[in-house]
Design a protein around this ligand. Sequence first.
Ligand code: ADP
Ligand code: MG
Length: 292
Amino acid sequence: MIKVIKGKWNKKIYRVIEKIGQGGIGAVYKVVDEDKNIKALKITKNINSITREHKFLNELKSYYTPKVYDMDDFQIRNKVYYFIVMDLFSGKNIKEYIKENKFDEGHIWKIGWEIGSFLEHIHGKKYIYGDLKGENVIITDDNKVKIIDMGGVSKKGESIREFTLLYDRSKFNKGIRKAEESYDLFSLTLLIINMILKKDFKKGVGKADLLIRKCKNVGMGKAQLKLLGDGLDGNISLKDFLKVVKSLENNYKIARMKKIKFKIDRVVNYMLISSIVFFLSVLILNLKRVLD
Ligand SMILES: Nc1ncnc2c1ncn2[C@@H]1O[C@H](COP(=O)(O)OP(=O)(O)O)[C@@H](O)[C@H]1O
Ligand SMILES: [Mg+2]
């Protein structure tokens, strides 16, 4: 593995600590810069994709995306590699999280709402994210939702550049590969479904009805199933979709609080009954003793 990377033009030096990720376009490393700051460095041979990503990281910057600090290239054995340096998010991407099976339903709606807010932000700037999937969303160790990989971003109205079949609506016969808001909403809905089913549901590629049925089988109610169906069909706006997502998150929280309260009430009742029984038995015993 490469130990040190020195940019040809900006001359900045990065010491590689470990590899933290691999996608279809690039490899991502945890590095230390000359000021001893930890950063993420993404390397690829694809100059077009990394240049676009650098541009969009600057243009679409938000709470959800990493800040980008450097873009440069270097050479090994006559081959040129391009890289960008950005904030490192320590945590796991959603695909890894799904494998660990850690979500409850409330958590899923919360994550869905956060991703949706990021999508609203970039749609407001006339862009479509395009390649939304588990690998491109990180849940940090302190439970924040972060979006990486701007390689699939397209201007509204263009055709989608980078996509993943598992999350691509045209594979499901639910619309074309055109950069419009409903394209991102489809992928967001599918990502939520994958979190509900606790895996990237490969058998369901292309079969929206099957996925909805599976969600029903794991206990999703009518409101949830309707929302997921609407999201896949694209007959709801992202804004309205997110409103329902928020209300489902709140309903889930309220239902959980009720359950906890019910459990506490039951324990309190048991304690009350047992103390009454205890009191009565002591009373009867004493009465018996007095009468004897
Ligand atoms: N800034 C980052 N902080 C932490 N992990 C990252 C960061 N960027 C990428 N990764 C990890 O590396 C993987 C690949 O990065 P990504 O940008 O998606 O590459 P590609 O464009 O090839 O798909 C991601 O799935 C993620 O797990
Ligand atoms: Mg990626």
